[in-house]
Design a protein around this ligand. Structure first.
Ligand SMILES: *[C@@H]1O[C@H](CO)[C@@H](O)[C@H](O)[C@H]1NC(C)=O
Length: 512
C-alpha cells in the first residue's frame, strides 16, 4: 500500500553507442546443481540473462534524458558488475586464516524513493558507519536494487556521499552460501515476485545462508498470500510491537517474527544545526492572511506542519476538518501541507476547497485560517529546515507502518500530534508528544486491502490537542525536548545498527 512506483519507462533495445560488455565473473557462486535447476528461471545465475537484466535497467536509465552525463556514468557503475568491485574483506586484514564474517546482501528499492527506500537507506548508512568504526567488522555489507522501479530524479537528488556509498556497497563480493539476504520490500516482491522486479532472494530460498524479510503493514492484518510469503523466510523483521501482534495474528510463525526498529538520523535531524526555511506566506489555497492581526512584520504565526502522500489513509480529511473548525484567521495560525499525489492529480487547492464544501464546514466570520500546500519537491537536504520552520507536527493518520516524518519531527524537537494506533505506538507517549485518541475502527473502503480495519482518529480530540499546543507552549516545549531525547536513546543509527548486527549474527549462526 505504501509503495510509490516511479514512472520511468523501459525501452527494450540497447541504446546506440553502448559498448558490449564481456560477460563478467559471477558475483554469486551458486552450487552447480542449483544452477542447473534455476538457470532458466533466474537472471543472475547466467551471465547472459543477467546481462539482459542489466541492459533493461540501463535502457530505462538512458530513456531518462534529464540525467547529466556525470550522474549517468555513476548509475552505470552501480548497475554494472566488475571491474571496480572490491571485496573489502580480502587483503589488508592481515588475518587470512580467520573465517570471514557473514555477508549481508540488502535488497531494497534504493533507487526508487518512497517509504521502503528511505527506510533501507537509513539502515545501510547506519550499518556502514558503524562497521567503519570497528576494527574487525562483524559483517560485510552489500546492496542491490530490488522491489520497485528506478527513479533517476531520486538518485540525482541524493547527497553525493550516499551515491558513492551505494556504488561501493554494490561492489562488495559475497558468496551466496555465506550471505544473509535481507529482502526489504512488500512481500509481493519476494521470490517468486508477483510483478516485474529483480527477485529476492535472487535464486529462491535454498542457496543463501539465510533469508530475512523486512516489511510492515498499515492495517490490522496481513492478507493470506503475504502471510504465506513471510513464512518462507527464515526471519521476518518488523518495525514495531504492533506488527509483531498483527503478523502473528495473521498466521506468521511467531518464532520468525522479530521487532527491529527503524533508525532516525539524529545527527542530520538536529535542530541546533539549522535555520528555518522561509515558508511561502502569500498564497494560501484556502483562507487569507488579510485581516490577521498576528501576521505582519515582527508578528509570529504558529505553524502546523503535516507531511503525507495524498491518500485517504493519511487522514487529511480529519486534519482539515479539525483545523478549519477550530481556528479562524484571527488565531494567527497556519497549516502547511507538504504533500504529493498518490493516484490523483496535483490540484490540491481545489480538493481542499471542495472538501470544505462537501463536509459542510462553515466559513467563520473572520475567515478561514490559512492552509498552504507545498507540492514542489523539497530536497532531503532542506527537510530539516522545513521542520525547523514549524511549531508543531500533526498527522491524524488511519494507519502507519512506522511514521518516518513523525520521528524526524521528534528528532527536530517539535511537539507532534499523531494517531495513537499502529506504528507510532512504538515510540509516541504522553511524555514525548500528543497521542491522538481513536474514535473507532473502520473498514478500508477500497483497493486490494478492502475490508481490513484501520483507525478513525477523533476530530474533536484533534481540535482540542491542536488548540492545546498553541495555548500551552511550555508544555509543548517540554514534550518536544523529551521527544528528541527518546529518539537519540532508542533510534539513533549507532543503537539500531547494533540491533541489526545482533539479529544478522543470530540468524546466520542458526543456519551455519
Ligand atoms: C494510547 O493507546 C494505548 C493502547 O494502545 C492506551 O493504553 C493509551 O492510554 C492511549 N493513550 C491515549 C492518550 O489515548
Amino acid at each position: 500500500m505504501d509503495s510509490e512506483g516511479s514512472t520511468s519507462s523501459r525501452q527494450p533495445e540497447q541504446p546506440a553507442g553502448t559498448p558490449q560488455r564481456k560477460p563478467s565473473p559471477l558475483r554469486f557462486l551458486v552450487p552447480a546443481a542449483l544452477v542447473l535447476l534455476l538457470a532458466v528461471a533466474v537472471a543472475v545465475t547466467s551471465p547472459s540473462t543477467r546481462h539482459n537484466l542489466r541492459l533493461s535497467l540501463r535502457s530505462s536509465l538512458f530513456s531518462h534524458r534529464l540525467l547529466s552525463p556525470g550522474l549517468r556514468r555513476q548509475v552505470l557503475r552501480l548497475l554494472s558488475p566488475a571491474p571496480w568491485k572490491r571485496d573489502r574483506s580480502v587483503g589488508g586484514t592481515g588475518r587470512p586464516t580467520s573465517p570471514r564474517p557473514p555477508c549481508v546482501l540488502w535488497m531494497a528499492p534504493f533507487l526508487s524513493g518512497g517509504g521502503y527506500s528511505s527506510e533501507a537507506w537509513s539502515y545501510i548508512t547506519a550499518l556502514d558507519r558503524s562497521m567503519g568504526e570497528e576494527e574487525d567488522p562483524p559483517i560485510r555489507l552489500a546492496l542491490e536494487q530490488h522491489g520497485d522501479l528506478e527513479n533517476w530524479e531520486f538518485w540525482e537528488g541524493l547527497p553525493e556521499g550516499d551515491r558513492e556509498l551505494a556504488i561501493r556497497l554494490h561492489g562488495t563480493e559475497c558468496r551466496l552460501a555465506e550471505t544473509v539476504v535481507v529482502c526489504h520490500s512488500e512481500p509481493g516482491a519476494w521470490y517468486p515476485p508477483l510483478f516485474e522486479t529483480l527477485p529476492c532472494p535472487l535464486t529462491g530460498y535454498a542457496a543463501p545462508l539465510a533469508v530475512v524479510g523486512r516489511t510492515m503493514f498499515e492495517t490490522d492484518r496481513l492478507n493470506p498470500e503475504h502471510a504465506r510469503r513471510c513464512n518462507r523466510m527464515d526471519a521476518v523483521w518488523v518495525p514495531t510491537g504492533f506488527h509483531v501482534s498483527t503478523f502473528v495474528a495473521s498466521g506468521v510463525d511467531p518464532s520468525k517474527v522479530v521487532k527491529v526498529v527503524q533508525p532516525v538520523d539524529v545527527g542530520f535531524f538536529d535542530p541546533s544545526k539549522y535555520k528555518p526555511l522561509a515558508l511561502p506566506a502569500e498564497m494560501p489555497v484556502l483562507g487569507s492572511v488579510l485581516g490577521n492581526p498576528n501576521v505582519g512584520p515582527g508578528r509570529k504565526v504558529f505553524v502546523f506542519l503535516s507531511i503525507f502522500k495524498w491518500e485517504r489513509r493519511k487522514g487529511w480529511d480529519v486534519l482539515l476538518a479539525s483545523y478549519l473548525r477550530e481556528f479562524t484567521t484571527a488565531d494567527g495560525v497556519a497549516l502547511y501541507l507538504l504533500t504529493n499525489p498518490y493516484h490523483t492529480d496535483k490540484d490540491f487547492g481545489n480538493k481542499i476547497s471542495k472538501f470544505a464544501q462537501d463536509a459542510k464546514l462553515e466559513e467563520p466570520g473572520d475567515g478561514w485560517a490559512p492552509v498552504y500546500v507545498i507540492d514542489s519537491h523539497i530536497a532531503q537536504a532542506d527537510l530539516p529546515r522545513l521542520y525547523k520552520a514549524a511549531d508543531a507536527f500533526v498527522l491524524p493518520s488511519r494507519g502507519e507502518g512506522w511514521g518516518r516524518p513523525v520521528v524526524e519531527a521528534m528528532a527536530m524537537e517539535l511537539p507532534v500530534i499523531v494517531t495513537n494506533w499502529s506504528g507510532p505506538t512504538e515510540y509516541l507517549t504522553e511524555e514525548n508528544g500528543y497521542p491522538l485518541p481513536v474514535d473507532r475502527m473502520s473498514k478500508v473502503p477500497e483497493g486490494p486491502f478492502k475490508g481490513h480495519l484501520w483507525a478513525e482518529p477523533s476530530v474533536e480530540q484533534l481540535r482540542a490537542l491542536m488548540r492545546r499546543v498553541v495555548s500551552n507552549p511550555e508544555e509543548a516545549e517540554r514534550r518536544a525536548a523529551r521527544a528528541r531525547e527518546d529518539m537519540i536513546q532508542r533510534f539513533s543509527p549507532a543503537v539500531v545498527a547494533r540491533i541489526v548486527v545482533d539479529q544478522i549474527l543470530k540468524v546466520s549462526k542458526a543456519h551455519q
